[in-house]
Design a protein around this ligand. Sequence first.
Ligand code: PFF
Length: 444
Amino acid sequence: MSSDNQNSRGCWNSRLGFILAAAGSAIGLGNIWRFPYKVGENGGAAFLILYLVCVVLLGLPIMLAELSLGKFTRRNPVGAFQAIKPGGNWKIVGFMGVATGVGILSYYAVMAGYSLGYIVKIICCDGRTFESFAANPAYSILLFVIFTILTALVVRGGIKNGIERWAKILMPILLGLLVILIIRSVTLEGAGEGLAFYFRPDFSKVTGKTLLDALGQAFFSLSLGMGAMITYGSYLPEDASIFSSGCSVALFDTLIAILAGLLIFPALFSAGLQPDEGPSLVFKVLPRIFSSIPAGNIVGAAFFILLSIAALTSTISLLEVATAYFVDEKHWLRKKAVWVISGMVLVLGLPSALSQGIVPWLEDLPIIHTSFLGMMDWIFGNLMLEVGALLLAIFVVHVWKTNNVIGIITGGRPGLKMIEKPFRFLMAFFCPLIIIILLIFLIF
Ligand code: PFF
């Protein structure tokens, strides 16, 4: 019997296994779909620089805190808060994380389903546009269901046999495919203009919205604010270093986002298209680019295979958070937890799957004038992650106490003493302040 049965929580086999799985959670549609379109909308290189600053000053400290909380308590987000402060209300933050994971998964799997569908679409070259593709209710729902079931099957396998094994295979394939596609993209005629857009900053284009987008993107991309890293940290072996693991994951995630930009912008400019296409950038623009280059359908199919792989390693972590909660706290069998939560995801995700050109009022909701999917992304992929990260920072500083966290992050290694002061400052002042300002902007 596997060590991931109901009696044992399971543990990563190796540090590399953990890093690949956690980087797999972080790397997803957020890097390859969301990041390039945000860069495109926000004027290019200046956004890239702001994003990098946000990753280092906000993302990294929150990442280290989440991993420490998981490693120390060896619990899911609800159990982790409860273990540090029994009987208090802090476990509500854990519940928020579990609910946020289910919420994000419900629309994320819809987008991931489109990516899966595009593999077939590009190979068959049926020439359909994104609109006609997304507007087919049976096809949209079928792809969403397939992607959710794929995720459930991997998570059902548990930690070593499911998540780690797949991450070890999928992540290197992803990196290899990206590099091959980038070589093609940067050697296209006119690619230089795209490189200039991506790497030559124009700070006159920076506004408050640029900063907000950069901050939100950093949290979403690093899978922070909903306990995914608490859960993954809870499976870390005793001797693993939080600091080096956390830094590797953040570095790997950022590298893939930068590479995704390097893939998309040269090809985009070479085809004479505009970078501010919005959320549909990847789905609408890239197939046109692929159809205009030699061996385009092979390149295109490879790209959407890559995108589906990246999305799968993220949906796995979204489902794992709620699964770990039911396995740890309610003593459910992993199998039962996975299928019950996946059923909830399918019901909750249905309006999102129908909101891309199928049911008109779901496409343009009254008052907020966004699609149901857009609303879900705003609530769960933005607001809830910001609130979750803010509450975690407050919990770490005022309840758990920063000294305890620092002890876990450094593991008593003298060489890591220099991170103490910056970590204290960032956790106690900088992160909460910036997140509060961001939330005020986000809400009003
Ligand atoms: N980080 C993932 C991405 O960039 O696509 C999305 C995500 C996964 C967000 C897991 C939050 C999370 F807990």
